[in-house]
Design a binder for this molecule. Structure first.
Ligand code: PHE
Length: 339
């Protein structure tokens, strides 16, 4: 009889089930009222005295094994059902995930950052809401200076003036205030000007400005840096610096690149000249250095600035600046293959 019980123990240990019904049938078979265990317990009185101890121990083993098995199987089944509740059917085919695209402004901005970081420029950022000092006064544009009108300004508050920055030169002022030369930094960011919106200009756009300050920095350094940049970004190797005026640089220049006159589009975008203006630059005015606690007798530097939209329009042949802000999926999707 003891061997019989041992066989049952082996059967119990091997048993597995995948449904509640199977587990219940198993429970009834062993632990039910008319089950195997009760049958053996009833036999107990007929067992000779000398075997009672071993017999008792073995049925207890069977009882425990059967109970443990039922509990274990129940738990397993429950956790399986729970998983299904959380994840649904795990064998179902997945939903396809649409790959997004970076905004063309971000793509071009990242390219510019990459090009300048290769020659040791870091990236600096500042607030879009500025005070008068950082946007104007420190940049050699004192109150009532007529050049303030070059950039129509959105004021948030007057007296003291708080405004939306009209250029990222404000970030350069902050950077010079906080860091000692040598300085090599580019400041990409959003700027705001109170201008009528058209295909060519918008009241919100992006700029990247660069600043290089060290001992003996010359205009030749400026020109070579810009040449390197235009070669890298546009693959064009001819630039010219046309004399201009900015209050914060002296001398100042407009940066033109030679785009070429190979096809009709080239004629159209360069108005038949082959040249395209992409930004402004110059040697940092000594007054600006002084305003930022840098000694102009010891240090000199150059600065440049350009519009990211304008560059993106050239690179991707986009005809209307407003497209950047309409968030039209049909437009944005076209940049999927870019970085
Ligand atoms: N801040 C100027 C602008 O927004 C661009 C510029 C930057 C010009 C640095 C010269 C030097 O128009």
């Amino acid at each position: 009889m003891i061997d019989k019980i041992k066989n049952y123990i082996a059967e119990v240990e091997k048993f597995s089930a995948s449904s509640q019904e199977e587990i219940e049938n198993f429970r009834i078979k062993f632990l039910g009222k008319k089950g195997i265990l009760n049958h053996f317990f009833a036999e107990f009185k007929n067992v000779p005295n000398e075997s009672k101890k071993e017999f008792g121990q073995t049925i207890n083993q069977l009882k425990n094994a059967a109970q443990d098995k039922v509990n274990q199987l129940k738990e397993e089944l429950e956790s399986k059902l729970e998983e299904k509740g959380v994840y649904g059917d795990l064998t179902r085919t997945g939903e396809s995930i649409e790959i997004g695209a970076r905004h063309p402004i971000s793509i071009v901005k990242n390219q510019i950052i990459e090009i300048f970081s290769n020659i040791g420029f870091n990236v600096s950022e500042g607030p879009e809401m500025e005070d008068d000092w950082h946007n104007f006064t420190a940049l050699n544009l004192p109150e009532y200076h007529p050049a303030r009108d070059m950039q129509d300004t959105f004021f948030i508050q007057t007296d003291p003036d708080i405004l939306l920055r009209t250029h990222t030169s404000s970030v350069q002022v902050r950077y010079m205030e906080d860091n000692k030369p040598p300085i090599r930094t580019i400041s990409p960011g959003r700027v705001f000007r109170n201008e009528a919106i058209s295909a060519r200009s918008h009241c919100i756009f992006h700029q990247v400005e660069g600043l290089y300050i060290d001992k003996d920095v010359s205009f030749a350094d400026l020109k070579q840096t810009l040449l390197y940049f235009t070669k890298q970004l546009f693959g064009k190797s001819k630039i010219r610096l046309r004399p201009s005026y900015f209050p914060f640089t002296e001398p100042s220049a407009e940066i033109d690149i030679y785009w070429g006159l190979e096809n009709e589009t080239d004629y159209r975008i360069t108005k038949g000249t082959g040249w395209l203006e992409i930004g402004g630059c110059g040697m940092v005015d000594p007054n600006v250095l002084k305003n930022c606690n840098i000694d102009p007798k010891e240090y000199s530097g150059f600065a440049f600035g350009m519009g990211i939209e304008r560059i993106a329009m050239l690179l991707y042949q986009i005809g209307d600046i407003r497209m950047f802000y309409e968030n039209d999926i049909r437009f944005l999707e076209q940049f999927k293959s870019s970085i």
